[in-house]
Design a protein around this ligand. Sequence first.
Ligand SMILES: *[C@@H]1O[C@H](CO)[C@@H](O)[C@H](O)[C@H]1NC(C)=O
Ligand SMILES: *[C@@H]1O[C@H](CO)[C@@H](O)[C@H](O)[C@H]1NC(C)=O
Length: 260
Amino acid sequence: MGGFSSVGLVSVLRLVSPVVCKNGSVTEAILIGTTSKLSKATSDSLQLSDSSVPLSSAVKNLGVTLDNTLSMKQHISSVSRTCYFQLRRIATIRKYLTTDATAKLVTSTILSRLDYCNSLLAGLPSSSISRLQRIQNSSARLVLRKKKRDHITPLLNQLHWLPVPARITYKINTLTYKCLHGLAPAYLSDSLSLYVPSRTLRSSADSLKLNIPHTKLKTAGQRSFSFQAPSQWNTLPLPLRQQQSLESFKSALKTFLFSK
Ligand SMILES: *[C@@H]1O[C@H](CO)[C@@H](O)[C@H](O)[C@H]1NC(C)=O
Ligand SMILES: *[C@@H]1O[C@H](CO)[C@@H](O)[C@H](O)[C@H]1NC(C)=O
C-alpha cells in the first residue's frame, strides 16, 4: 500500500490552499477549503509559470479521490461501488467455498479496500463512516452465511475483524508508534511532540503522552494527523504506549481495541 496510507491528513489545508496533483501528462489543481472560504475564491484556475491549470472539484491521487472540502464523500462512494461489486461476485460462488476460504477472499478484496488510506477518514462524521461499516457488515454476513436480522457484533468478533472506526484508530495509532520510534518519515514525526508536564503535575501515567495542538475547525484542523494522532494516542493505556516493538504494539493494540 503506497504513499497515502502513511500520509494521513498531514497539516490539512491552510483554509484555502492549492494542491497540485500530477496526472499523467495532465496537471490538475484543486482548491481545498471550507465551503464558506471556497465560495469566496474568485479564480477558477491556477497560474503556474506560463500555463493556466483549471481548478477541479475533486482529484484522484494514488487511488484516493480528494474533494475540495475533504469530506471524502466521493472517495467513500467509489470504495463502496467497488466493494459491493466484489461482494456480489463472491456471493455467486459462495456455495462452492468454505467459510475459511471466503473469509480470506473477503479480507483481500474487501477489507483491504476499506483499510486503504483509512487514516484520511479519521474524524469524519459517523454518517460517512457508517457507509463503510455497512459494507463490512454485509461481508461478515456473507462469510458466515447469516441473515439480515442477525446481530453483527458477535460475527465480527468470531471473524476477529475490528469494526471500521476501530480500524481507523488502529491505523492512526500504528503510524504514531512508528513516528515515536523513528520508523516514519520526518514530515509525519515532525508533526508530533512529546508532552512535558510541569514539575508539580508530573505523574507516570503522563509519560509518553503527546501534545495536542489547539485547532479551531472540527472539519479541518481536527482531522489532521497532528491532531488525531496525539488525541488517540493519549487515550491508550500506559503499558500499550510503552511496548518495545512494533509487532508487540500492534498485537496489544488489537487486543485493546477488541476489548472496548
Ligand atoms: C487525468 O485526468 C483526466 C481529467 O480529469 C481524466 O480524464 C484522466 O482519466 C486522468 N488520467 C489518469 C491517468 O488518471
Ligand atoms: C453494522 O452492525 C452493527 C452491529 O450489529 C450495527 O450496530 C450497525 O448499525 C451496523 N451498521 C450498519 C451501517 O449497518
